[in-house]
Design a protein around this ligand. Structure first.
Ligand code: FAD
Length: 551
């Protein structure tokens, strides 16, 4: 495809057709009318997290009206919290609505990308997963939308699964072909996924569930409800109703971040008290003490309880806090030497948050992983850009996720930032933009200072490098997502260096100067009028505004 001046249109590669990949493609089409992009997805279907996780009870713990695209509100969410089939259908619907199948290569994984400074583009290697065939391609701009929760994690200290006579799987790869009826099922782990599927599978009294737990968790009541048809009608027909409702959910949820700041001592203590009360009231009396954590609420992701604590009352559900020694032929062997016989073992042990698929070499000839090593773990500017990696954007990159809010909201903020950065490149007015080391270090110093005052320093969790509380926190943003949006809403061009952007940069500076000039002129006019009308206080106010704009 060629521009009017005969130059070629830049090409964009989006790696991953999960929520972020689809959102990026929609933004390119809708906001820029840009079509010259390809999405590579290593799986054979789209949907990322919501394609892979199909375990019983799987759903989001952020309300559906917020866990969706701001530009594609959906009046038809059936309930406040939404389950996996509905979320997946929503994203597949968008994928087809925007005709993205024509832009997507399914079953193709991006295996590496290397920046060529002379040609100002990435040389990309793609693997056709089914055949292993390697394909070489190029793109001026790369979006890494590879997610943060893709690789199922198995505890390193629980070995021996290959000896097990029964069937074992991870909750992210649910075996729908195995009937649990009449079986003894061992569930390892008690995080968000296990809390969702344990109540579901134990609803059948013939299924005996033994949940092997290491660390207690904090729970919030899920309090789900269905939207009546008339409410859905209002959302679909009354202007602004759904938008206001979404904004109200957002504002209310975002305020809960305050409880994640250690120096809000009263709030942290109050949250601890309220959540302890919930556990005491809901769980079996004899188990409550063991179920209440010693670490601060929020340190690990708080579980929005879909009925896990209630399920512990069932005669077919038991908890085991004894440490696991390993897996043996008959089941699970505990450190005490006791063997718990089982037919099935389900790992509800979460995901590795390491960006294993970020195989990227940049303008300084180092890889993204080498850069992270020098920084003690994942590091980026607004979680999106890394110094040494021009024209490359990592969605859900370091310190973008939160413990209380919608990832989609933060990813949209990232995409908005990227769209502004690539606009001059797509218009043929620049070749590349790269964030400076100085800006990245400034942002990350601020970030890590704030993180050191958060409850996340209180325990081991996947928010830290290697799940160790002594290491750097690389997953979460230390503030409300509204603050993240505020930072990302406009590009600070001084934080970036451009190549081939000199004329555009000059023009941009002139435009900024011009806008400020007009503002100062208007204020000076108002000051003059104020003076003529003998309005001394007004004059003083205007003088101050001018000095803050110019100074
Ligand atoms: C069970 C579960 C529940 C969750 N609930 C919530 C919630 O309630 N609220 C919330 O905010 N977040 C939640 N999350 C986090 C969730 O992962 C994100 O909200 C969301 O899915 C992120 O979308 P994504 O597109 O960035 O990543 P993903 O959905 O993970 O998609 C990434 C895609 O990239 C593809 N890919 C990866 N590497 C390559 C490669 N090299 N080449 C080609 N393709 C590649 C993958 O196959 C995948 O399709 C949950 C996660 C899980 C696992």
């Amino acid at each position: 495809m060629a521009l009017a001046d005969g130059k070629c249109t830049p090409r964009i590669i989006i790696v991953g057709a999960g929520l972020a990949g689809i959102s990026t493609a929609i933004a390119l089409k809708k906001q820029l009318g840009f079509e010259n992009f390809t999405i590579y997805e290593k799986a054979t279907e789209v949907g990322g997290t919501w394609r892979d996780n199909t375990y019983p009870g799987c759903g989001s713990d952020v309300p559906g009206h917020w866990y969706s695209l701001s530009t594609e509100l959906n009046p038809e969410w059936s309930s406040y919290y939404v389950n996996q089939p509905e979320i997946r259908a929503y994203w597949e619907g968008l994928y087809h609505k925007y005709d993205l199948p024509t832009k997507t290569k399914l079953g193709h994984g991006v295996t590496s990308a290397e920046w060529d400074s002379d040609c100002q583009l990435y040389r990309v290697e793609v693997e056709e997963v089914a055949t292993g065939k390697k394909i070489q391609t190029e793109a001026e701009i790369m979006f890494y939308a590879i997610g943060g929760f893709m690789s199922p994690m198995f505890p390193k200290d629980v070995g021996g699964v290959e000896k097990f006579r029964g069937v074992a799987w991870h909750s992210a790869r649910w075996r729908h072909d195995v009937d649990l009826k009449g079986k003894r099922v061992g569930v390892i782990g008690n995080g968000c996924s296990a809390a969702q599927f344990v109540p579901e599978i134990s609803a059948d009294p013939s299924v005996e569930v033994i949940n092997f737990c290491r660390t207690p968790q904090w729970y919030l009541p899920r309090g789900n409800f269905h939207y009546p048809k008339w409410v859905q009608w209002i959302f679909g027909h009354v202007p602004l109703a759904m938008r206001l409702y979404r904004n109200w959910i957002m504002a209310r949820s975002d305020l809960s971040f305050l409880a994640f700041r250690k120096n809000n001592r009263i709030l942290v203590a109050l949250t601890r008290r309220l959540l302890s009360l919930y556990i005491k009231r809901t769980a079996p009396k004899d188990q409550a003490a063991a179920l209440i954590p010693t670490y601060a609420p929020g340190c690990k992701r708080i579980i929005v309880d879909p009925g896990y604590l209630q399920a512990l009352h069932r005669p077919n559900v038991a908890i085991s806090w004894d440490a696991i020694k390993g897996i043996v032929e008959e089941g699970i062997e505990l450190r005490s030497g006791k063997i718990v016989p089982l037919d099935i073992i389900i790992f509800g042990t979460g995901y590795s948050t390491e960006a294993v698929d970020l195989r990227l070499r940049g303008s300084k000839k180092t890889t993204a992983h080498e850069y992270f090593e020098t920084q003690g773990g994942g590091t980026a500017y607004l979680g999106t850009c890394m110094p040494g990696f021009p024209n490359c954007f990592s969605l859900l990159g370091p310190n973008v996720a939160t413990g209380h809010a919608s990832v989609i909201f933060s990813e949209e903020a990232q995409i908005g930032l990227a769209i502004q950065l690539i606009k001059p490149i797509l218009d043929g007015k620049a070749k590349s933009f790269e964030v400076t080391d100085e800006a990245t270090n400034r942002y990350n110093t601020w970030l890590q200072n704030r993180l050191s005052l958060s409850v996340w320093t209180d325990c081991h969790s996947y928010y830290h490098v290697g799940n160790q509380k002594q290491t750097k926190i690389v997953a979460t943003f230390p503030g409300p997502v509204a603050l993240f949006w505020w930072f990302a809403r406009r590009v600070r061009w001084d934080d970036f260096t451009g190549v081939g952007a000199e004329a555009w940069e000059k023009q941009r500076r002139w435009n900024t100067f011009g806008k400020r000039g007009i503002l100062v002129g208007l204020l000076a006019l108002a000051a003059g009028l104020g003076y003529l009308l003998n309005g001394q206080p007004l004059l003083e106010l205007v003088r101050r505004v001018i000095s803050s704009v110019v100074g």
